[in-house]
Design a protein around this ligand. Structure first.
Ligand code: C2E
Ligand code: CA
Ligand code: CA
Ligand code: CA
Length: 276
């Protein structure tokens, strides 16, 4: 089974990896990873509160390294971004996630998740052609555009002018856009004025403190009201306890994701656990 971030890597020094990751060897290894089929996708449930009914899944990439075992994307995505291989890797991830989602739809009908979410990095968004890659992944798999969500971070959106143009193109195609790690960037509110987003994914750092009361819950409650008023969905990320799920639901959250409801897995997640 895929190991999750934060468990087997507690001893790990990210700064050391960043430097090591920049060497040409890792770059070449990522090339091999892609060509030799060492990359796999796992899927984490996004559920409805309070009952935990499965609504969507988020695709998360894993690298099954022949010697080092399962490597977390937090370690290799930044390297792939710097050496540019993320563009090709990202295209594979999009095709694979659409193929899998289309297959679940035909195998499980209404029990299949309604949507699959795919993370797209700053560099992918900065280049021309992302909309075409998405269009061909949809055409190839037969997945309807409305069943795909593209997750982007605030930083990625503000890095280039092209990013916003690409998001408008995806929006016109009928693809959904989610703002990932919402609230951790530098311009969350400015982004809401111009980006055609359909969902906000409220960062785990807010969820972690939501049961402590205080300022964090006030902000978390305000964010869900802004989302509602703009006709957007709000997803609470990184929900680990029943207490958090109950509190988020009380604050107005209808969608949640986190270990409490299910860890990322290769197979289709079953129905989520009860929130209360
Ligand atoms: P993210 O998009 O914010 O994804 C959520 C991360 O939080 C995932 O880690 C997920 O396994 C983890 N997570 C989910 N629920 C919980 C929880 O309750 N507690 C805790 N402690 N963690 C939870 P993962 O899979 O290691 O991914 C890390 C990051 O790597 C992602 O953050 C995303 O930025 C990037 N990433 C992952 N897959 C892809 C991909 O296919 N393409 C791109 N461009 N980036 C990816
Ligand atoms: Ca994400
Ligand atoms: Ca996130
Ligand atoms: Ca994150």
């Amino acid at each position: 089974a895929a190991k999750e971030l934060g468990e087997p890597y507690r001893w790990y020094d990210p700064e050391l990896d960043r430097r090591a990751g920049e060497d040409a060897r890792t770059g070449a290894e990522l090339r091999t990873a892609l060509d030799a089929g060492q990359l796999r996708l796992v899927y984490q449930p996004i559920v409805e509160l309070p009952a935990g009914r499965l609504i969507a899944v988020e695709a998360l990439v894993r690298w099954h390294h022949p010697e080092r075992g399962v490597i977390s994307p937090a370690q290799f995505i930044p390297v792939a971004e710097r050496n540019g291989i993320i563009v090709e890797m990202g295209a594979w991830i999009l095709r694979e996630a659409c193929r899998q989602a289309a297959r679940w739809r035909s195998d499980h009908g209404p029990a299949a998740p309604q949507r699959v979410s795919v993370n797209v990095s700053a560099r992918q968004l900065a280049r021309p052609g992302l909309a075409e890659v998405v269009a061909s992944a949809l055409a190839e798999s037969g997945l309807p555009a409305a069943c795909l969500t593209i997750e982007v971070t605030e930083t990625a959106v503000f890095e280039t002018d092209r990013a916003q143009e690409t998001l408008r193109q995806l929006d016109r195609m009928g693809v959904r856009i989610a703002l990932d790690d919402f609230g951790t960037g530098h311009s969350s509110l400015a982004l809401l004025r111009t980006v055609p987003a359909h969902a906000l994914k409220v960062d785990k750092s807010f969820v972690d403190e939501v049961t402590a009361g205080g300022r964090t819950s006030v902000i978390a409650a305000a964010v869900v009201r802004v989302a509602d008023a703009l006709g957007m969905a709000a997803v609470a990320e990184g929900v680990e306890t029943a207490e958090q799920a109950v509190e988020l639901h009380r604050l107005g959250y209808r969608l949640a994701q986190g270990y409490h409801f299910g860890r990322p897995a290769e197979r289709l997640p079953g129905a989520g656990r009860e929130a209360a």
